[in-house]
Design a protein around this ligand. Structure first.
Ligand code: G3P
Ligand code: CA
Length: 234
């Protein structure tokens, strides 16, 4: 089972910051998950549309210029990083799940993926673009058919993972609260990987392992990895 550091190693450093990414790399995670918004003509790594939960700023992202956003303190003196800074730091050392929270200009994302591959040592296979916005995923798949997409869901649809298959997704990225064994079996039967968020509890990890889940997003990826390893037969 792959273990992704959720918002970086967010149990140990402010979420979605370079410190959280560095910590995740230090813990030798299989992958890192980050959240991305567009601000002006840049892509920045931050979870919320409103900045007050994770920074010392106020208001919405759209109230900020790219320059003013980057002056905010995102915790322990960290700043809101750009996607470029994150790509440069990871440099292809692990998988990267880029969750798109709010991006209007898909060509910006396309440029970043090209830079990741051409300049920052990623192979295209190491990048997954996920979103709850399935319209955006469909548009992305049309523009960049070779990019892996992760279809996010916080629900258990009547026809299980059919929506992800329709989107030609690589994975269905599902909320642990709604996932069950039937959903996992359905997704696998459609040729989809199943990645689950947000998983920090050993009891959840045990159940998900038994169901054959392919990966989890965890705030404390070292603990998740150690627990999963302890379940493997010696
Ligand atoms: O990508 C999985 C997970 O991060 C989705 O939920 O709210 O933590 O971004 P959220
Ligand atoms: Ca996320």
């Amino acid at each position: 089972m792959l273990i992704f550091a959720h918002r970086g190693a967010s149990a140990y450093a402010p979420e979605n910051t370079l410190a959280a990414i560095r910590k995740a790399l230090e813990l030798k995670v299989d992958g890192i998950e980050i959240d991305v918004h567009q601000v002006e003509q840049g892509l920045v790594v931050i979870h919320d549309r409103w900045v007050h939960r994770t920074t010392n700023g106020k208001g919405q992202l759209r109230d900020h210029s790219l320059a003013s956003l980057q002056t905010l303190d995102a915790g322990l003196g960290e700043h809101v990083p750009s996607l470029l800074q994150v790509l440069q730091l990871i440099a292809g050392r692990c998988l990267l799940n880029i969750e798109i929270k709010g991006v209007n200009d898909l060509s910006l994302l396309q440029e970043h993926i090209e830079i990741a591959v051409e300049k920052y040592h990623f192979s295209l296979d190491q990048i997954i673009v996920s979103s709850f916005d399935h319209h955006l995923l469909r548009a992305l798949k049309t523009t960049l058919p070779r990019v892996k997409i992760g279809a996010l869901t916080a629900t258990k649809p009547i026809d299980y993972a059919a929506f992800a298959q329709t989107l030609q997704a690589y994975s269905v990225n599902a909320d642990v609260s709604f996932l069950d064994e039937a959903f996992v079996a359905d997704a696998h039967q459609r040729g989809l990987k199943v990645y689950v968020y947000t998983v920090d509890e050993p009891a959840d990890l045990l159940e998900l392992t038994q169901w054959g889940v392919d990966g989890v997003f965890s705030n404390a990826p070292d603990k998740a990895k150690a627990y999963v390893a302890s379940l493997e037969p010696r």
